[in-house]
Design a protein around this ligand. Structure first.
Ligand SMILES: NC(=O)C1=CN([C@@H]2O[C@H](COP(=O)(O)OP(=O)(O)OC[C@H]3O[C@@H](n4cnc5c(N)ncnc54)[C@H](OP(=O)(O)O)[C@@H]3O)[C@@H](O)[C@H]2O)[C@@H](O)CC1
Ligand SMILES: Nc1ncnc2c1ncn2[C@@H]1O[C@H](COP(=O)(O)OP(=O)(O)O)[C@@H](O)[C@H]1O
Ligand SMILES: [K+]
Length: 500
């Protein structure tokens, strides 16, 4: 459960369960404030600190942190949206215990401070910021002052990462117990700065009843499910992945995916190419094997070899009838399929046919495990799920979850904040990677890395989450200037970090 991300509602439930088990809420607030005060000391040097306090418990944290900073001898000034008398519960207790002056938010001038601590709104943000709160946030953002956000930058939805009205651009954020989806989803992630998760004494046991369904994609989520070579293993134990190549003038994408599948850990990888492309592909492959495969009839013959357990279709393939026929043949044979790029576009006029084939294939698999992994970027997603993409107010998490349920597939909705969702409602958000991934062909590499995890027998959701995370880690390991070809070569470093 280390990978769990909690929605504001789930965090509220964790809070209530902890209080019901005997820890007073004010104690949780004091521990939260201690973590905030420690971060504030670190960020402010010796300079003066402004604390902005909102009307709820986020404001209570600000009052409690102000008290700690003041008693540590720091110059602090507190600015409130609502006077002390207007506060309730733990926030009122914390405000009562603060013996310094409190000024109105309208008198807050960020230029007077080395650090602003934002305690306006956290988990309880319920509507767009406006009026005095919005004006104070805009003033802080316009000034060259460091900002530390308590729990979430005010204005960022913890559930979706959306900006409601306006939002604090923080240099650092201290949150409590577990991160929230809004810390990892854009634009929220870009507003958080460096995120610290403070232990405030909430026990992990509360997660047993909360049963979170959203996770960060990372080793804590998939490590137990990821397959690594057994000591006395055979290459066939690690699966045989097939990547379909497009026509002679369009083979690069398939080669990228195939190399990535091999480096990603598949025991064997074969490119299936049309006769016209075989010589072109052959000239550029070594460990990756090659076979001719011209049409669906030939593919069905090849599918008789049940060691071919995973297929990648889409990169450079062409988005016509052939793509649809091949995808249906693979799913019809009960094999797992990573459908990317042209393979996704090919179904834009009849997505239902794809979803029906995916559903049928999943029903034939142990536990109804999804056979299909879809890896769309936002444009491809819109082609398959136009109604979802057009619906207002859906977060990237909502989009991927609804698409996965409809398609009976694991959906990997790509971008800086790639979301991986399964039909059973689980979802993961990835935070690895760099902006250098925004370059041609990196999506083809991702399809290959995901296929490699599937080939080795990792369950589809974990395989997709692991593949996305590794892809990002490979980009981090290479650093600036990467092109798609550089990613597969970095995978040994990623495995070294994972497997020791
Ligand atoms: N969970 C835990 O374990 C712990 C939680 N802790 C802390 O508690 C925080 C959550 O506290 P919270 O629930 O009181 O919510 P919070 O973010 O202060 O805001 C709610 C208030 O804002 C108001 N309001 C909302 N939107 C508004 C807007 N746009 N413009 C104006 N007003 C608006 C809303 O008013 P209403 O909607 O009722 O009219 C209500 O009065 C959490 O982020 C963390 O910092 C810690 O102490 C440690 C333990
Ligand atoms: N700014 C970014 N930060 C991190 N990752 C990114 C960014 N932009 C794109 N990516 C990642 O790069 C890959 C691009 O895939 P895709 O759009 O399919 O490109 P292509 O079709 O050229 O291969 C995806 O894995 C995506 O998540
Ligand atoms: K805040």
């Amino acid at each position: 459960m280390d990978a769990a991300l909690l929605t504001p509602e789930e965090m509220g439930a964790a809070d209530r369960a902890t209080i019901a088990a005997g820890t007073p809420g004010i104690l949780l607030m004091e521990r939260a404030a201690a973590a905030v005060a420690a971060a504030a000391m670190r960020l402010s040097g010796d300079g003066p600190i402004a604390l902005l306090a909102g009307p709820g418990n986020n404001g209570g944290d600000a009052y409690a942190a102000a008290a700690l900073l003041k008693s540590a001898g720091r110059a602090v000034r507190l600015f409130h949206l609502v006077a002390k008398e207007g506060l309730a519960g733990d926030a009122a207790i914390a405000a009562g215990a603060y013996d310094g002056p409190a000024e109105t938010l309208s008198s807050f001038r960020p230029g007077d401070f080395a650090l602003v601590v934002d305690g306006l709104f956290g988990a309880g943000l319920a509507r767009p910021l406006e009026g005095e709160a919005a004006a104070a946030v805009d003033r802080a953002n316009a000034a060259p002052v460091k900002v530390l956000a308590i729990d979430l930058p005010s204005g960022i939805s913890g559930a979706t990462g959306a900006v409601l009205g306006t939002a604090v651009k923080a240099d650092a954020t201290v949150t409590f117990f577990r991160r929230k989806p809004g810390h990892l989803l854009e634009p929220g992630r870009s507003y958080c700065g460096e995120i610290t998760v403070a232990d405030i004494g909430i026990s992990d046991d509360v997660l047993d009843t909360i049963a979170p369904t959203t996770f960060e994609a990372g080793p804590a989520l998939f490590q137990g499910r990821l397959k690594v070579p057994a000591d006395a293993g055979h290459k066939y134990d690690r699966g045989h992945a097939v990547v379909f190549s497009g026509p002679a003038h369009q083979t690069g994408a398939a080669r990228l995916a195939a190399t990535a599948a091999l480096r990603g850990g598949a025991g064997l990888v074969t490119v299936f190419a049309p006769a016209s492309a075989v010589l072109v592909v052959a000239a550029q492959l070594t460990a990756v094997m090659l076979r001719r495969c011209d049409d669906a009839a030939e593919l069905r013959e090849r599918l008789a070899d049940d060691r071919l357990n995973v297929f990648v279709l889409g990169p450079g393939f062409g988005a016509g009838d052939k793509a649809r026929d091949f995808a249906q043949a693979v799913l019809g044979a009960g094999r797992r399929l990573v459908l990317d790029a042209d393979g996704i576009t090919a179904f834009k006029d009849e997505p239902q046919a794809l979803f029906a084939a995916a559903g049928e294939a999943a029903r034939g698999r142990p536990g109804g495990e999804p056979a299909l992994v879809l890896t769309p970027h936002a444009g491809e997603f819109k082609r398959l799920f136009p109604d979802l993409a057009a619906e207002d107010g859906l977060s990237k998490l909502d989009l991927a979850r609804r698409a996965a349920a409809r398609a009976g597939a694991v959906v990997v909705l790509k971008g800086r904040d790639t979301v991986i969702a399964a039909p059973d409602g689980r979802a993961a958000i990835n935070a690895s990677g760099t902006a250098w991934l925004a370059t041609a062909g990196t999506g083809d590499v991702l399809a290959g890395i995901v296929a490699a995890q599937l080939a080795q027998g990792t369950p589809s959701f974990e395989a997709a989450a692991a593949g996305v995370w590794m892809h990002g880690k490979a980009a981090e390991a290479f650093g600036p200037g990467l092109i798609a070809e550089d990613l597969p070569q970095m995978l040994p470093k990623v495995f070294a970090g994972l497997c020791g």
